[in-house]
Design a protein around this ligand. Sequence first.
Ligand code: HEM
Length: 394
Amino acid sequence: MVPAHVPADRIVDFDLFNPPGVFQDYFASWKTLLDGPGLVWTTANGGHWIGARGDVVRSLWGDAERLSSECLAVTPGLGEVMEFIPLQSDGDDHKAFRMPVMKGFASRYIVALEPKVREVARELISDIEPRSECDFVADFAEILPLNIFLTLIDVPLEDRPRLRELGVQLTRPDGSMTVEQLKQAADDYLWPFIEQRMAQPGDDLFSRILSEPVNGREWTVDEARRMCRNLLFGGLDTVAAMIGMVALHLARHPEDQRDLRNSPELIPAAADELMRRYPTVAVSRNAIADIDIDGVTIRKGDLVYLPSVLHNLDPASFDAPEEVRFDRALTPLRHTTMGAGPHRCVGAGLARMEVIVFMQEWLGAMPEFRLHPDRPVTMKGGNVGACTALPLVW
Ligand code: HEM
């Protein structure tokens, strides 16, 4: 049932988990909404608003006064099960939790981590290069962020394979595990490390965050679990999806590969531009007050969905938004790939460093690569869109 306050000309049927044509092209499937009004109501998934124009997406994303992050609502049951910290908190609570997490991700730590990221990337590439083909998603994109995450929390190498299966479920769920089972498996894996870091802090990320007070007091065990869970779930499929999109772009554009190989100093700016061009994260909010926007009213209690793709690829946000221009002179704050407002990604610096190091190492070690001529690229929708298969040859 469409609520009475939704005008008829705003109603669409758009399933964010399976938008039309997403299997072939995530971006093209979402972009169909840019042709209509700035805010639409989809009847799919129980009914909710979708911000469908750049200015609307951006302004609602920044409106933490009237839009709550507590429930992660459009995916049924996800919010109740995950209880992420800091993602699912608002206002002063959010500030209190976010502060220690931000300190843990301070740029000096990210800089110190770079050699490790490089080492992991090199190791993977040296395995892949002699094969002259790979499925980039399964062979690289899914593995790099998982290994980096385990490095962040200082998990010994021999313990890593245990999280590999779970990592695959997190980045490419095949339906064999429920959300509850996934959460439990992640908690079971992480708990011994969290417990140890709480008792005897080291200089890993978890220890650093957990030794920072929350509003002047210590973290509780429950809060520590929820925060670690947020970092695990927030930093795997997002990075895997981004690296996949960067590789897809480079495979389709050998001229960009050549430019970046000849002028590697362009890579940081190229990473910023590719991260703008290929955004695949979208978020849910719950209205806690009425909001008048784009000629309609979002009523208290309504759900609102905000896809960064409809901000970044709106021609009103960026000139010729689908063109990749390494000289756009962007600042990462201009686009919404990493969100906007008080919940903007705490891992943004780490993610950017991972993308840059991936590009430097991959382009430095691999010959020119292209899409496999006989095996298709496939994609998926959902809160984090991604390539599900990216067969490459060289
Ligand atoms: C390219 C990779 C990434 C993308 C595209 C991305 C995207 C985002 C976005 C859009 C948000 C805002 C969520 C909202 O407004 O509700 C966010 C928040 C967050 N991200 Fe990331 N992220 C990435 C990498 C990471 C990494 C590597 C980590 C940590 C290991 C991480 C941890 C988090 C956390 C904890 C939050 C919640 C922040 C808060 O609520 O204050 N992310 N991310």
